[in-house]
Structure formats: C-alpha cells, structure tokens
Design a binder for this molecule. Structure first.
Ligand code: RNT
Ligand code: ZN
Length: 419
C-alpha cells in the first residue's frame, strides 16, 4: 500500500519536476486556500425557523436519506466531522435562516447579531471564517416569487430591512473572526411566464440593492456579493437578476460578483467567465456546484469543469481575488459524505491546477507551438496526482483514500441512526 510518504511520492515529485513543477511548493500553497462549506447541505436547506413554509424560490432538494440535522447542535456535530476529514483550514457559509432563534422566531427583518453569536463563538474556537447569506425564499412574503423587485413597496421594504440586517450580521462575523465575511445576495425574483414589463422589476431591484448597500459597512469585516441566474423552477421565462444585470451592477457598484456553476446555459461554463469578469469586478465569489440537465445542485465531482475552474484561478493568479464557496444539496446520500466528497474534490482540483506545468504550456503557446501545447496538456492528465493527494492528506493528518468514509459510516451508525 502506498502511504504517501515513501518512494511513490518521491517518484511523483520527480515526474512533476521533469516538467518544471515544484510539488512541495504546490502543497504549501494549497494549504492556504480556504473553501467555504455551505451549511445547507447538512439539512436540505431547512434552517431553524421551523415555519413549515415551502422552500420555494425555485430551489428543490430531492432524496430522503435518513439522519439529517434538525437543530444547531446536530448541524455543528455533523460539520465538525466533515471538517475533520478535509485537509486544510476552511470556512462555513451560513444562511440567515440558520440563526439560533430560541422560542420566538423573529421576523426576517428583525434578526440580529445575537442570533448568530453562537456561530461566531463556535467558529472562533475552531479557527474557521464565516460567510453569510440573507434568505429571500421559504417565506410568505416571497411566495409569489418576488422580493426586492416586488411592485409593492412594503414588500420591498421588508426585504431591504432583511438585507441590511444581514450585512450587519456579516460585519459582526468578520469583526469577531478577523476575516471578512462575504455576504451573498441571491434573490429568486422572476416570472414563470412571459413578463409584460422586463424593465420595471430590474429598476426596482437595482434601487432596492442601492438602498441596502447605502448603509456604510467596513469592507474589512463584510464584503457584499450579488449572484446571477439564468432561470429557476417557476422563473423559466424571466429572472430579474440575470447575468448581464448583476455584471453591470457589480462593476458599477464595485461589488463582488457570484458565479454559480449551475446558473447558466448547460453548455456555458463559468470557468471561461472568470478571466472576463475579473477584468472589471474587484473580487469574485464562486458557488461551485454541478447542474445535471438543470440547476440541480448535484454534489461536485472531479470532472472537466471543476479542473477548468481551479485551473483558471491558478493560471490567472486570481486566488487572492476569489472566494471559493460550494453550493449543492443532495438528500439522497449521506449528507456529511456529500460535503466531504464535494469539498475534497474542490481541493483536489486546486492541487491539479497547482501542479500544472504552466510555464511550459505558456511558452509553447507564445511560440505558436499549439501541437506541443496539446500534447503536454494531455500528457499531464496521467501524472500521479493521486499519489501527491494521498501524501497531502497524510501530511495534514486527515484520512487517506477512502479512509474518511469509514469515519462517516461509524458516525452514521452511532449518531445519525438515532435521530
Ligand atoms: C439558488 C442559488 C443560491 C442558493 C443558496 C441556498 O439558485 O444558487 O445560492 O442555492 O442561497
Ligand atoms: Zn448559488
């Protein structure tokens, strides 16, 4: 068996070195890249309001795997296990419905730092950063599919107050943890059928967002992001916050743009958008996801697009300007395993990117030797990435290979099965 520390690893290092790649340097760099785990994979986007309102917003979680987290303690226990199986130091991405609300759940426009102090303390103890999201769905005032672009001013006002409250909470997270929270705005607003007025909702959305962002918040504590989408279930014909809308918004307001891998035409890849949008927006938030035929939010697998996303971040030297978040929710398999598989894949893809002989590839390209470029790109696909990955896991003291699954299984038997 390869333990990662012996000759197989040394020989892998030599193979990469032959192409001018320093494996040790790549591993050092990899250890500094945080991935923001989305809390909502743990409980199918249920949250702790317990209102019984439909998820809505075009979101759908399918599957009924037993043992999902039903309260904050269970979710934290599950997350602790997931983090223990991931090499490196990462982050947690919370939605506003995951506050500790006690007996009297506050209205969304009345949530405050007090509801998230427990999370801040929890993250502090573990050295994790936090990210945040206002929740513009699963609520009676979003039941018609409109929030910040709603024709009724009182509905818009309610959601604007929610947005402002969330930015303050994000800032408290950032101040408490010493790393800015990215607070991401995704609104489901759109129409199932052809709208009579495409312009009005977009004007109202921009105005609502401007009001929310007019409240001064220190970017050292909180960074605002906006997330675009092509269509959703129930918003097939029109989404107010389209790609063009938010690209323009993010550029003119100097906000972060969030690119979700499931939010474009199926043949359109976010990997190709990274270098375009970073010409114009200061920073990027990624929702790394996997759409299967639609924005189905399948667990991220180690496929072409994941390699391409990570490759772009490294090649363009964009890691400092990109916040890598995940966004998938699968209720048909063990939910902790879903986190672990998806996140380990993201880290593996980053490793592959860091091991790319980019100097050589660029040199071929600059010389116009596109034959050698293709030849090398294909050749490196079969270099021993797995050996280096195993070594990294061992070095970071997390299970090597499938070893992590055993831990999840034990936990399933001892804990999840009793829920
Ligand atoms: C929805 C967006 C959004 C949500 C989360 C739960 O299509 O991708 O990011 O998935 O906010
Ligand atoms: Zn998303």
């Amino acid at each position: 068996m390869n333990t990662g520390g012996g000759s197989a690893y040394q020989s892998a290092c030599e193979q990469y070195a032959a192409y001018g790649v320093d494996v040790e340097a790549a591993l050092k760099r990899l250890a500094t890249i945080p991935i923001s785990l989305h809390c909502w994979q743990g409980d199918d986007v249920s949250g702790f309001e317990k209102s019984g309102d439909e998820l809505g917003g075009g979101l759908a979680v399918t599957g009924s795997y037993p043992g999902k987290a039903t309260n904050v303690h269970e979710l934290r226990d599950d997350l602790d296990l997931a983090y223990s199986l991931l090499p490196g130091r990462h982050r947690l991405n919370l939605h506003a419905i995951y506050g500790e609300f006690g007996d009297k759940v506050p209205a969304r426009n009345e949530i405050g730092v007090e509801h998230f102090q427990g999370w801040i303390d929890w993250a502090h103890e573990r050295g994790l950063g936090l990210d945040f999201n206002p929740t513009f769905f699963a609520h009676p005032l979003a039941a018609d599919g409109l929030t910040l672009s709603h024709p009724k001013a009182d509905v818009r006002n309610y959601w604007m107050e929610h947005g402002i409250a969330c930015r303050h909470i994000g800032a408290a997270m950032g101040a408490g943890l010493g790393t800015p929270a990215v607070t991401n705005f995704w609104m489901p607003d759109g129409y199932k059928d052809t709208p009579a007025d495409r312009k009005g909702p977009r004007e109202r959305l921009a105005e609502s967002l401007d009001t929310i962002f007019a409240v001064p918040i220190n970017p050292a504590y909180n960074l605002d992001a906006v997330e675009c989408k092509l269509f959703g279930i129930g918003s097939e014909s029109y989404v107010v916050g389209s790609h063009e809308f938010y690209l323009g918004y993010a550029i003119t307001r100097e906000k972060l743009l969030c690119l979700d891998a499931g939010h474009f035409h199926p043949t359109e890849m976010i990997s190709d958008k990274i270098s375009s949008v970073l010409e114009y927006v200061p920073e990027l938030l990624l929702h790394v996801s996997r759409g299967v035929r639609w924005d189905s939010d399948h667990v991220v697998t180690l496929g072409d697009e994941l390699f391409a996303i990570a490759g772009e971040l490294v090649r363009g030297d964009y890691l400092e300007r990109t916040h890598i978040g995940l966004d998938f929710f699968d209720a048909s398999i063990n939910r902790i395993a879903a986190w672990v598989i998806g996140t380990r894949n993201m880290i593996k893809a980053l490793l592959a990117a860091l091991l790319e002989p980019s100097t050589k590839l660029r040199q071929y390209e600059a010389e116009g030797d596109l034959t050698a470029r293709l030849a090398l790109m294909e050749e490196i696909k079969t270099l021993p990435l797995g050996v280096v990955w195993d070594h990294y896991c061992e070095q970071m003291e997390v299970p090597v290979g499938m070893g992590w699954l055993e831990k999840v299984r034990q936990y399933e038997a001892n804990t999840l099965a009793k829920r």
